[in-house]
Ligand binder design. Structure first.
Ligand code: GLC
Length: 550
């Protein structure tokens, strides 16, 4: 009995996991070509173990023409030579497993590269075995695209193909043709590639662009919204190309597949309009995604207590008790400190965001460099831009290079990223002080704050397993909540979102709890061993975590 309980907990490892996203191109370069590689990840596994992460999600490292830096895949069952070999991957997996770190692959189901053999065959004629594997349509009577659908990466989502004399649909770049997910053979082929990696021992997938899988079969025009986008096209409401109900059918099939591999997790890249849509992603019978990303909390993009309180409350009450997956950073968005920082208190605000990410009841997604305080390094000249959207949309859209700069390991040349050659993107300007080596030596660094927080989250029963309950619900300056276990024990978290000091009153009697004080477990400022719950004093942007005591 005991044995099977322990087993169940292990299979549910993802519920409160800390998952660390690695953009392999930018993490560490061991062969000196200016581009990170799989061996670079292996070389830093001890660092990740020490940080305390449960799993790493590696963005695509499969063979690719690299138009979208790996999200345009030309072979789903191999390693791009830029990143290493299959033997390197197997070694990475084995070394990670030895350290208790799980490896999650990225899986791009929505589209392949236009260089994938499937697409080459599909576009060769209207009659071939894969003719229906992509989304092909005739031109309208004037030779124009069949409708007004827009690519997320700018301009019409339809690209003309001469051999077939038809258009194909691409939700992203034209080099990323959308697969036809209404075709069973396409689904099976993709599911087989997933089995290929699961059989090797990966712990699951981060599923790219899940809501984009289907398009309206009637090809209806999207309605227009006010204004124009970064690419000077009229804004459209994506009601016919985004989040169609059939997505759920595929998610159930994917869950069915992963159920064959106990413990494997499905994480979804799920930018959705509201929590109701997010709730659906778990499946009515918990038979879809284990962890759809909650993009509502981390992307509030202003330090507003009422907004964060509402998002946390919704995540707690409106997703049927499933665990949320919170994230503030990823490879597609300006780093959080540049969205939330005020310039004068960035160190405190980074600790505040870290505490907010790592103390609610949730799984947490981190992005490399977040733990040391890397900032966005957006190109200032269009000639320097590598990400195509930054060239297509300049200057309104500057692309995603800024959040993909090399990991800052130390204050040597190229921040210790490695290499004889210049890194593929310039190293962030703050690397002399913001780097792993210096911060490891400084007990008060952001890195050590993250380490302590992650350790606490694992070791403290309430932070690991406790329910989430909002505490003082009226303060507009301090966000406070509790994590409580059934035995009546609680941890209190209080976060001051204002630059001025605040005193917050937390009355536990309304929650049926006895405690009047808290013993400090972690704080972003120094000095207090215990606090009185009815008057917790916090410095500007101070973060406090304490164990409730009588
Ligand atoms: C996802 C990825 C992004 C990529 C896009 C197309 O949004 O996170 O980096 O460009 O899908 O695959």
């Amino acid at each position: 009995m005991l044995c099977s309980l322990a087993g169940a907990a292990e299979l549910d490892w993802w519920r409160n996991a800390v998952i660390y996203e690695i953009y392999p191109r930018s993490f560490a370069d061991t062969n000196g070509d200016g581009i990170g590689d799989l061996n670079g990840i292996t070389a830093h596994l001890d660092y990740l173990k020490d940080l305390g992460v449960d799993a790493i999600w590696i963005t695509p490292f499969y063979p690719s023409p690299q138009v979208d830096f790996g999200y345009d895949i030309s072979d789903y069952e191999a390693v791009d030579p830029q990143y290493g070999t299959m033997a390197d991957f197997e070694r990475l997996l084995a070394e990670a497993t030895k350290r208790g770190i799980k490896v999650i692959n990225d899986m791009v189901l929505n589209h392949t590269s236009d260089q994938h053999p499937w697409f080459k065959e599909s576009k060769s004629s209207r009659k071939n075995k894969k003719a229906d594997w992509y989304v092909w349509q005739n031109a309208d009577l004037k030779g124009r695209p069949p409708n007004n659908w827009q690519s997320i990466f700018g301009h019409s989502a339809w690209q003309w193909s001469e051999p077939r004399k038809q258009y194909y649909y691409h939700a992203f770049y034209k080099e990323q043709p959308d697969l036809n997910f209404r075709n069973r053979a396409v689904r099976s082929a993709m599911y087989d590639t997933m089995r290929f990696w699961l059989d090797k021992g990966v712990a699951g997938f981060r599923l790219d662009a899940v809501p984009s899988l289907f398009e309206d079969p009637l090809l209806r025009d999207e309605p227009y919204r006010d204004g124009i986008d970064a690419y000077s096209e009229r804004n459209v409401a994506r009601i016919y190309t985004d989040n169609l109900p059939e997505v759920h059918e595929v998610l159930r099939e994917l869950r069915h597949l992963t159920n064959e591999y106990p413990g494997a997790v499905l994480i979804g890249e799920t930018y959705l309009p509201n929590v109701a849509e997010l709730a659906k992603m778990y499946g009515k019978n918990r038979d879809e995604l284990h962890l759809p990303m909650d993009m509502q909390l981390g992307f509030v993009n202003k330090l507003s207590v009422p907004d964060f309180r509402e998002r946390l409350f919704e995540a707690e009450t409106e997703i049927n008790g499933n665990p949320p997956l919170f994230a503030f950073d990823n490879h597609d968005n300006i780093r959080s400190i540049d969205r939330y920082g005020d310039g004068a208190h960035n160190g405190e605000i980074q600790r505040l965001l870290a505490t907010l990410l790592l103390t609610p009841r949730s799984a947490a997604l981190m992005y490399y460099g977040e733990e040391i305080g890397m900032v966005t390094n957006t190109p200032t000249k269009v000639e320097d831009v590598r990400d195509p959207i930054g060239r297509i949309g300049w200057p309104k859209e500057k692309g995603r290079d800024g959040e993909r700069t090399p990991m800052q390991w130390n204050n040597d040349t190229n921040a210790g990223f490695g290499g004889i050659h210049k890194p593929w993107l310039p190293v962030g300007e703050n690397y002399k002080t913001v780097n792993v080596a210096s911060e490891s030596r400084d007990p008060d660094s952001l890195l050590n704050y993250y380490r302590k927080l992650i350790r606490l989250r694992k070791e403290n029963d309430q932070l690991r397993e406790g329910d989430f309950v909002l505490a003082n619900e009226v303060s507009s300056r301090v966000l406070s909540y509790l994590r409580m276990t059934k035995d009546g024990k609680a941890v209190v978290i209080a976060l001051n979102f204002a630059s001025a000091p605040q005193i917050v009153n937390i009355d536990l009697s309304t929650r049926g709890l006895q405690g009047k004080h808290a013993k400090t477990l972690l704080e972003s400022f120094s000095g207090v061993e215990t606090v009185t719950l009815r008057a917790i004093a916090l410095p500007g942007f101070g973060s406090y975590v304490g164990q409730v005591v009588p």
